[in-house]
Design a protein around this ligand. Structure first.
Ligand SMILES: [Zn+2]
Length: 228
């Protein structure tokens, strides 16, 4: 190869490498603060504080006893609600927001597996729920929990475009499913616990709080622990 052709080859390689380097910078550690790229996926929070995070999904079953527990013990739970689940009784959640320490977060409009939708479909689901929450509660959600925990690259950019700073999954599902008590994990600082608004929510909350207490951990507000 002549010197001239070598120089051309080198320049060609550089032209390929440069955009890759820029891409690497944009999707690397600086991503979270970039603001416009993709939201990070969070299944537990890196923290040395003795805290755990309680999250409660969907919102269909409005158990008064579970609400009393959340209010009495001032539990800073994150509620990932579906708009349809408060359309017929929003008072249940307004009371929790007005008198408790809960926040309402995003769980989409129709609970689809987001990975089956294209970017426009995902955006309709996620921004739609954001708009509904904002209209009902006057507070826009900042966290997105994708139904079934299913997410792809489009989910992460969609989350950011619809005002969420993170896509939040979970560390432990402590929901009683089908009458079966889930195994008791050794909770660690930063763990995210998944519960649901179902018939067993009060006892599931009691159990999660007792497990946290036994591990020397207290519930903390997840939104405040996820960086912008
Ligand atoms: Zn759900």
């Amino acid at each position: 190869m002549s010197r001239l052709r070598l120089r051309h080859a080198a320049r060609g390689a550089l032209a390929v490498l440069l955009p890759l380097a820029l891409l690497g910078a944009a999707t690397g550690p600086a991503r979270a603060s970039a603001g416009t790229w993709a939201a990070p996926v969070v299944s537990r929070v890196e923290t040395t504080d003795p805290v755990v995070f309680l999250t409660v999904d969907d919102g269909w079953f409005h158990d008064p006893a579970a609400a009393e527990l959340l209010l009495d013990r001032r539990v800073p739970a994150s509620l990932f609600l579906l708009p349809g689940a408060y359309a017929y009784d929003s008072g249940y959640f307004h009371r929790l927001l007005d008198h408790g320490r809960v926040r309402v977060e995003n769980h989409t409009v129709g609970h689809p597996d987001l990975t089956t939708l294209d970017a426009a479909g995902q955006r309709a689901e996620v921004c739609g729920a954001r708009d509904a929450h904002l209209a009902e509660f006057g507070d826009g959600p900042r966290l997105l929990r994708p139904p079934y925990g299913a997410h792809d690259a489009a989910t992460r950019t969609t989350a950011r475009a619809c005002g969420a700073k993170a896509v939040v999954t979970w560390t432990h599902d402590l929901t009683t499913w089908g009458g079966r008590t889930p195994p008791a994990p050794g909770l660690k600082a930063g763990d995210i616990i998944l519960l649901h608004f179902n018939e067993t929510l009060e006892q599931d909350l009691e159990r999660a709080l007792a497990l946290a207490d036994a591990a020397g951990l207290a519930p903390a507000p997840l939104r405040e622990y996820v960086p912008e």
